[in-house]
Design a protein around this ligand. Structure first.
Ligand SMILES: Nc1ncnc2c1ncn2[C@@H]1O[C@H](COP(=O)(O)OP(=O)(O)OP(=O)(O)O)[C@@H](O)[C@H]1O
Ligand SMILES: Nc1ncnc2c1ncn2[C@@H]1O[C@H](COP(=O)(O)OP(=O)(O)OP(=O)(O)O)[C@@H](O)[C@H]1O
Ligand SMILES: [Mg+2]
Ligand SMILES: [Mg+2]
Lengths: 251, 251
């Protein structure tokens, strides 16, 4: 999760979930962004979609009637589309508004080893729902200057959620994304991030390089391991999945 | 403006304003994104900032006491920082909540030829305030697949604002950003966007190429024309400013 836009949240959610599924870990990709990019990233046609997470959050539909299969046996998806914009307005005025998703996820107890939630680029009510329900937060940070600016605000928000709503919330790790080995900027930003997080949290050893195949794959509705298993992007996300599994923490 | 994250909204706001100022048009860069990237993009140190747009929107401070000078004679900035997150919560519960910015801007009548507003990546109350106050909307579209997905939703939102809140709102144009001449994807996306907007709106002739100097310049707090006037990024944004001036429409 990260309120800065375009840092690789969706690309990470889609490709980490697919890589965990390739390692035969039962995984659910939960799309709580009204843009619905994660849903189309795994091949869901949003135009023909009858039920989305909106219908469970607001319409009390059981999750099992909304969850769909994907091309990977161990990966399922809880899709979203622009209906979810309505949920933001409806949730803001209801009582336990940030706990709605957590209540829903009780229906899934034990069915999945990993649930990966893709959030919109804001600290609004949908992202708060995700932070309240989650065990840990993975923070993608783009190797660009503006992406550095929001980091302390982000850490501040996570510690607020931890102290007020979800005391078990931890940081799974900081993931550097769109790293371009040829530019000084990328190396500088990685250095700054490592300095910023020195003692506090874990910055993943895996760094996701900028790779055109990663931005081509959503156009085909396929995660990178199905679109081009030989690509740098596929290797990077498989290595991230391995690192997360060996850290032994479920999200 | 565009609810998709990371498409070049801030980079466009900063560098278009600076290029308009280079053409000696009195310009105000108004930052209404709590991330405050546009403010730091023109050299504002957010840690020492005493007054931001928050203090005018909520605290009734006159705009003239918040506006700051920049290194360019014809460019001033109305800065923001994370205080603005508080404004979202306070505005949502007040009456005429989307008209607050428009009311404020009456104080500036006639002082600027162009006011360029940088919005956050969402369709929330701050963006609504900008759409209600604006004469026209410039829509940056990144040359990537996911950026295509949100276009029809975006156009739908703009026509809703036009019919309900601001009947004079028009689309200034569609700006293709981060174009990479070497990739098929870039050419495909430009083709799709031109097809989508064929008869309706104007897609700018100027296309902003991907250029590392554009992402380096915010680290020095300088718009591209002050950081590296010889760069491709500087040429692209100067050409955009020329195109907008010759279209003769003030934003
Ligand atoms: N490692 C990479 N190499 C090349 N392109 C990438 C990489 N990661 C992401 N992209 C592309 O960059 C763009 C932004 O990534 P993405 O949409 O995943 O970010 P996001 O944080 O989810 O954005 P938003 O804030 O809108 O939700 C997308 O078009 C994506 O295809
Ligand atoms: N033409 C370009 N060439 C290279 N890098 C660019 C270009 N335009 C923008 N960038 C970089 O891409 C990143 C995203 O751009 P920017 O922050 O302007 O997008 P945004 O739409 O304002 O993001 P947000 O949704 O978070 O507000 C920034 O790090 C910026 O420096
Ligand atoms: Mg996303
Ligand atoms: Mg921005």
């Amino acid at each position: 999760m990260n309120q800065k836009g375009g840092v690789g949240k969706t690309t990470t959610a889609v490709n980490l979930s697919a890589s965990l599924a390739a390692a035969e870990k039962k995984t659910l990709l939960l799309d709580i962004d009204p843009q619905g990019n994660a849903s189309s990233g795994v091949g869901i046609d949003k135009r023909t979609l009858k039920k989305t997470i909106y219908h469970s959050l607001i319409g009390a539909q059981p999750l099992s009637s909304v969850i769909q299969k994907t091309e990977l046996d161990y990966l399922q998806v809880l899709p979203s589309n622009s209906d979810l914009i309505g949920a933001e307005i409806e949730l803001v005025t209801s009582k336990h508004r940030e706990g709605k998703l957590k209540e829903l996820l009780v229906q899934l107890n034990g069915q999945y080893e990993y649930i990966i939630i893709d959030c919109p680029p804001s600290l609004g009510i949908l992202t708060l729902n995700a932070l309240s329900a989650a065990k840990s937060v993975l923070i993608p940070v783009q190797c660009e200057y503006y992406a550095l600016e929001g980091l302390s605000q982000l850490i501040h928000t996570i510690s607020l959620v931890k102290s007020r709503i979800n005391s078990t919330l931890t940081i799974e790790g900081i993931l550097m994304t769109m790293f371009d080995i040829r530019t000084n900027l990328s190396h500088q930003v990685v250095g700054e991030v490592k300095k910023f997080f020195k003692s506090k949290e874990r910055v993943f050893k895996t760094v996701i390089a900028r790779n055109i195949r990663l931005s081509e794959s959503p156009g085909y509705g396929k995660p990178i391991i199905l679109y081009d298993i030989t690509s740098r992007g596929a290797r990077d996300y498989l290595s991230l999945a391995k690192e997360i599994i060996s850290n032994g923490r479920k999200t």
